[in-house]
Write a protein that binds this ligand. Structure first.
Ligand SMILES: Cc1ncc(COP(=O)(O)O)c(C=O)c1O
Length: 393
């Protein structure tokens, strides 16, 4: 840990865990201590650790060809694209292949600016889209933005997430190229908008010729109990961004859109040396082939178990404001600061995520067992009940 601290840039909130290995939803640290992984590598480990099909696909691909730039054709990429076409919303079948989520957002920003010939982008309060310059420009948190004013796009406006009134803006401003939104906000604290709001957002963008981009980097790929979180609201966006679990641990992200928009990017206007590389393609195909309807239905069922167990365990907890979520994208909103609770949970062998200053966030692997979920919910409840109730002022 000390060597990492000395040499890795100090940009991450480090947790006191030193992970050695993992299997399924269980991790072990270098001393052999067991953790139930409620963080899932920030939502990447959807199939858990040590997934055999992903391992075999990557090893096999390494022997065939490990590097083929996107200027060259290669069968692994073609297979991946066919697999991807099978899971994206119909018609959103032109892709830009990148490596990290923020890169998918950057590509989407270029697509909407080029397609609309307009420059204004509408984003939402509490949004999170990544930390590269374009993505940061549409990310809400002042904490992340404040030192980098000169990097940020000027023509960005934030409207209130899940606020009907603010949608009037879309009728009044002819300069808007696109709206970027998360169908369920992740980093912002697992915020689920109302059905009517998302429907209205789609109507207004459609009526005003505004491109609607759904950032599904955290909420997509079955995480909320449907393949894409926007399906809960019965809408179809024009572009979606995909990341995190799609690469089975290999860096892989996708901007998927209607060809009429994606085709507006010209040669050279967006590229990545490793985007669409064969190893990520092989891993991605192996992930998609395992993401069947039954696994996604199971995510919904497991999410219900998790929230039911937490609600039962925490019914008398004075420090809990709300337990909410969709599928395995869940939160416990506390009335107290999360840090002592998080440390207490880590101490007891549970590794959750957090948001803001008072939210415990959960993005466990889909392969977590019912008994592991119940064990985690039980321990998390005990830790919360054992903590003080000093309310945030
Ligand atoms: C909704 C959303 N968009 C974009 C990103 C950025 O992804 P990355 O960290 O891979 O750049 C994240 C990461 O958490 C995210 O949750």
């Amino acid at each position: 840990m000390n060597y990492e601290n000395e040499h890795i840039a100090n940009t991450y909130q480090r947790l006191p865990v030193n992970i050695q290995n993992g299997s399924g939803a269980i991790l072990h640290d270098i001393n052999g201590k067991r953790y139930i992984d409620m963080m899932g590598g920030y939502g990447v480990a959807i199939l858990g650790y040590g997934n055999k099909a992903v391992k075999e696909a990557v090893c096999k691909q390494f022997d065939i060809i490990s590097i083929a730039h996107a200027s060259e054709y290669t069968p692994a990429r073609e297979e991946f694209i066919k697999d991807l076409t099978g899971i994206v919303p119909s018609g959103l079948d032109k892709f830009y292949l990148g490596n990290i989520g923020a890169e998918a957002i950057e590509a989407a920003i270029k697509v909407v600016i080029k397609s609309s010939k307009k420059h204004k982008i509408i984003a939402m309060t509490n949004s999170y889209h990544g930390k590269t310059a374009g993505a940061l420009s549409i990310t809400y948190s002042e904490k992340y933005r404040k030192s980098f004013g000169q990097l940020l796009m000027k023509d960005v406006e934030f409207i209130r997430y899940n606020n009907m009134e603010d949608l009037d803006k879309l009728d009044k401003d002819p300069d808007i190229a696109a709206v970027f939104f998360e169908p369920v906000q992740g980093e912002g604290g697992i915020n689920i908008p109302s059905y009517d709001y998302v429907r209205e957002l789609r109507n207004r963008t459609e009526n005003n010729g505004i491109i609607l981009v759904a950032d599904e980097i955290q909420s997509g790929l079955g995480r909320t109990g449907k393949m894409w979180a926007h399906e809960h609201f019965n809408i179809k966006p024009d572009i979606i961004t995909i990341g995190k679990g799609i690469g089975g641990g290999m860096p892989l992200s996708i901007t998927a859109g209607k060809p009429e928009f994606m085709d507006n990017l010209s040669k050279g206007e967006q590229s990545s040396t490793t985007g669409g590389n064969p190893l990520a393609m092989a891993a991605g195909s192996a992930v998609i082939k395992q993401l069947g309807a039954s696994m996604i239905m199971d995510v919904e069922r497991k999410g219900n178990i998790l929230r039911d167990e937490l609600k039962a365990g925490l019914q008398d907890a004075k420090s809990v404001k709300e337990i909410r979520g969709l599928g395995l994208m869940d939160a416990i909103e506390l009335k107290t600061k999360f840090l002592p609770v998080l440390m207490g949970m880590i101490n007891r062998g549970i590794l959750p995520l957090y948001s803001g200053i008072n939210i415990i966030r959960m993005l466990p692997p889909y392969v977590i067992s019912d008994s592991e979920l119940k064990e985690a919910a039980g321990i998390m409840s005990e830790v919360i009940l054992s903590q003080g109730t000093e309310v945030i002022s």
